[in-house]
Design a binder for this molecule. Structure first.
Ligand SMILES: *[C@@H]1O[C@H](CO)[C@@H](O)[C@H](O)[C@H]1NC(C)=O
Ligand SMILES: *[C@@H]1O[C@H](CO)[C@@H](O)[C@H](O)[C@H]1NC(C)=O
Ligand SMILES: *[C@@H]1O[C@H](CO)[C@@H](O)[C@H](O)[C@H]1NC(C)=O
Ligand SMILES: *[C@@H]1O[C@H](CO)[C@@H](O)[C@H](O)[C@H]1NC(C)=O
Ligand SMILES: *[C@@H]1O[C@H](CO)[C@@H](O)[C@H](O)[C@H]1NC(C)=O
Ligand SMILES: *[C@@H]1O[C@H](CO)[C@@H](O)[C@H](O)[C@H]1NC(C)=O
Ligand SMILES: *[C@@H]1O[C@H](CO)[C@@H](O)[C@H](O)[C@H]1NC(C)=O
Length: 454
């Protein structure tokens, strides 16, 4: 309760410069692919083009995925061009250059993204954009770039924020615990901000706004993806600065980490709407040792929370079943809904009491409104199968709307017809049952009966 109260009361939302583009770019969560989770620094133009071709071949482009994003390590590590000061593509790994790559990707009907950082070097130690914002934005625009992921490593001392914001997740200097999602004093390496501190005046905001302004000065729409790990309370100003913002440190292909991010984001969904999205980080579907159940729960919740959906695996090695998960039409339609901007939200916790902060056992019952109906998910975070009961009378979007609805199972595509009261499923460990609940079923007799009862 404390946490929820705190977030609602102290979050001052700033909306002076919301990045609304006439062409609609950035209104909905971005869909695409990025090189980092699959290849880290071992990235080449061949791998980028393989991903682009596979997006087309596997039908992922037709399903809506459009951005092909190069992450860190694409440039000459030693430094900028000594004459022009421009960033230079690595001549060995990107021999064709970025502009030529952009041309090839655009020819496939896709868009291209690139990566930089608001410090002196990127996270992997390559030249970064602090002080070069206008030059780099102009270079990216000249290369026909469509998307910029902007990281937050190697910030020099004179740019470090005076205060530190609480991001309640383990790090080397503080492993936890985080009672109810709060940060104890041992967490802070700099003082916590006073309660009414306005983070939109912070040094971090200024560094990100410098790149925002440089991008807006170009004659080209470039989606701006903020990547500062939820620091500097980015949720309170991110909507004025970029189209999405990370809310946590990096994801890994580890189930425990995925659930930790789900729990964290479940308490922060009030900053998700058109034009601005919490980024739960790039997908690990297809990586590590996730089971089918874990792969699809991960995808279902990232889609339902309206996170950008950026695939992070080697697409030429992806199993057929997982291609199907990434193309799930109900989840993608929910994520990309043009009419309802809000995410699905928890309506009941399950194993734990409502609003319990728990890094291994987050909220289990979720729902959200969409053009296609009400998406309802029931998640099993526990180690063994569980019987899950979804009752229409408990789902906020259905309450009072009737007893019987047209229902589709989002995993099998099975049309369950008119279903009264709700659905019950035995859900395997770490799996998620999901349903699209459509129109109310009103046969004239039941309608009449109801009227007679009144
Ligand atoms: C956490 O929140 C729960 C539910 O509101 C409350 O019962 C509990 O005392 C809180 N625990 C701490 C450590 O603040
Ligand atoms: C900006 O950084 C400097 C150096 O760390 C610091 O003294 C100053 O207080 C910071 N300003 C803000 C608004 O955090
Ligand atoms: C801006 O870009 C458009 C489309 O690429 C082009 O037609 C137009 O001439 C450009 N405007 C300026 C001022 O460069
Ligand atoms: C972000 O800004 C857009 C455009 O002004 C607005 O429509 C949207 O509701 C804002 N998002 C949030 C969470 O306030
Ligand atoms: C889920 O993805 C992992 C890689 O993360 C893969 O090894 C596994 O086979 C997938 N599960 C299924 C059944 O598709
Ligand atoms: C996957 O790997 C993690 C850590 O590497 C381990 O804790 C977990 O048990 C593994 N899960 C499976 C299903 O093998
Ligand atoms: C998290 O929730 C699970 C399920 O209720 C429980 O077993 C576990 O002890 C909880 N963890 C903490 C740290 O409270």
């Amino acid at each position: 309760m404390f946490l929820r109260f705190g977030l609602i009361v102290t979050l001052i939302i700033h909306s002076t410069h919301a990045l609304v583009h006439r062409d609609g770019v950035g209104k909905l969560p971005a869909l695409g692919w990025n090189s980092w989770n699959a290849f880290r620094c071992d990235v080449t133009e061949d791998k980028i083009m393989t991903a682009a071709h596979e997006l087309v071949n596997l039908g992922l482009k037709d399903a809506g995925y459009e951005y092909v994003n190069i992450d860190d390590c694409w440039s000459v590590e030693a430094g900028r061009d000594p004459i022009t000061n421009q960033l230079m593509p690595d001549p060995i790994t990107f021999p064709s250059g970025i502009k030529s790559l952009a041309e090839q990707i655009h020819a496939l009907g896709l868009k291209i993204g690139i990566y930089s950082d608001d410090g002196t070097k990127t996270c992997a130690g390559y030249p970064a954009s602090l002080g070069y914002e206008s030059l780099d934005a102009a270079t990216f625009a000249a290369w026909d770039i469509d998307y910029l992921k902007y990281d937050d490593c190697n910030v020099p001392a004179e740019w470090v924020d005076q205060y530190e914001h609480c991001v309640p997740e383990p790090r080397d200097s503080y492993p936890g615990p985080f009672p109810n999602g709060t940060c104890p004093s041992e967490y802070y390496s700099r003082p916590p901000a006073p309660a009414e501190y306005d983070w939109s005046t912070s040094n971090t905001t200024q560094r990100y706004n410098a790149m925002r302004d440089a991008l807006l000065a170009q004659n080209r729409t470039i989606l701006f993806s903020l990547c500062n790990g939820g620091q500097a309370e980015v949720r309170s100003w991110g909507n004025s600065t970029g189209h999405s913002w990370r809310i946590s440190g990096d994801i890994t292909a580890n189930w425990a980490r995925i659930v930790e991010i789900l729990n964290l984001n479940s308490f922060q969904l009030d900053t998700v709407d058109f034009w601005g999205h919490n980024d739960a980080d790039m997908l690990e579907v297809g990586n590590g040792n996730l089971t089918l159940e874990e792969n699809r729960s991960h995808f279902a919740f990232w889609a339902a929370m309206k996170s950008p959906l950026i695939i992070g695996t080697a697409l030429d090695e992806l199993e057929e079943g997982l291609v199907g998960v990434l193309k799930n039409r109900w989840l993608l339609a929910f994520n990309q809904d043009e009419v309802f901007g809000g995410p699905a939200r928890p309506y009941k916790w399950g194993a734990n009491l409502g609003w319990t902060w728990n890094r291994t056992s987050p909220a289990e019952y979720w729902s959200g409104m969409s053009v296609g109906g009400v998406l309802v998910l029931a998640f099993n975070p526990l180690g063994s199968e569980e019987k899950k009961e979804i009752l229409w009378s408990e789902v906020p979007e259905l309450k009072g709307g009737g007893d019987s609805f047209e229902v589709t199972d989002i995993w099998t595509g099975e049309d369950l017809g008119c279903v009264s009261w709700g659905v019950e499923r035995v859900v395997p460990s770490h799996d998620t049952a999901g349903f699209m609940v459509g129109k109310e079923c009103r046969s004239s007799s039941t309608f009449a009966d109801e009227r007679q009862d009144l």
